[in-house]
Design a protein around this ligand. Sequence first.
Ligand code: MCU
Length: 430
Amino acid sequence: MTQLRTRATMIAVSVLGAAAIVFAVPTTAHAAVEDDGADCPVAGSPNTGTAQLPDPFTRIDGTRITTTGDWRCRRAEIREMAERHVYGQKPARPSTVTGTVSTSSINVNVTDQGRTASFSASVQLPTTGSAPYPAVVVFGGFGADTTTIRNAGAAVISFDPLAVGKEGTGRANKQGAFYTLYGSNSGTGILMAWAWGVSRIIDVIEQAGGSILRADSLGVTGCSRYGKGAFAAGAFDQRLALTMPIESGTAGVPLLRGVPGESGAQPLSSAYNEQPWLGDAFSSYTGNPNSLPVDTHELVGLVAPRGLFIMENPHVDWLAARSGSVAALGGAEIYKALGVGGNISYWSDVSDGTHCASRSEWRGPLQENIQKFLLKTGSSTGTFRISSRKQGDLSQWRSWSTPNLSGGPTSPPTSSPPPSSGGCSATITP
Ligand code: MCU
């Protein structure tokens, strides 16, 4: 488990006075680096051409991984395929990143290959606890419950992703800090540009010395298009200890393969064309996602073994929550294989149909996730509450089995299918 840098809590159960059973419960698992598989060789991607979900445990060369140690370079393959075919490349940390952290703001200055760009984020300290504080990067200004985050003891870093990757531009004329450095015709979509921006904020927090914010206790969240961004940020930076995408819809958590068959879901071509969210290379797949060598259940797996709390809305068809549930269930198999099934949660059993509403149902699990993964005081086990309105069936999507890579006990997420709830339905138009 060294490569996964998992800190385990050892629990000994004593029987008749002797320590008879000892098992490990991983409690937190962020990494010290953005990408711990950066040195792994990755071959050209296969064209799977299958409607079933790609097997997360089979390497590009066709062999299957068998240990947690194998996961590091298999993860690198998935990461690389997701960059090549879905999001576009995320450049490695630039040669120079400088900046400041204060109790009210973070400034970021980046220089790469002679080009310079800057952006900033505001900081609101938590209402409880003492410095240095954990913090959650909150994309945009809606949908995330910043009151609960601050009351739970984490600072809120308000990140304006549009300063890093603007919306409303053509693909050949992308704008924002990322494209100032890497060119307005970069093939990288703005979701990855946003993820890159979060990584550079983390660089600055790391360098600031830790008197105000803790670099080892950072999370990320956002709703809707910013849920897509929060998901990408967590998948592509292993320093984030907790990832919490909300109602992310197509180009977020939902299976790319699932979207065409889900009634009312935002079509892939719509998401591709609405904004340059996805990488330019995704244009080859808007009509045939089955030929992708990767899908979002494996993006979920990129977050493992770190904390992941996926929130979805089953009332708005456009949000593709059925495809989201299958991505979460498929990704949870990766968590289970690594022996950390309790580190992923999914919750779509909500009553208010309004998109990005403030929801009482999520307050408890949000607080528990912050306690467990950022404050490192809690020990809650991952919960799956999939609304029966939009509940997919993983068994129809896979022919692969889940290996036990860790050699230890796996802890499957608890599933408690809820009663179908009523509620209104918000309309989102492209
Ligand atoms: C769910 O995210 C998007 C959706 O993909 C778009 O089609 C729609 O226009 O906007 C949603 C959103 O970001 O709402 C705030």
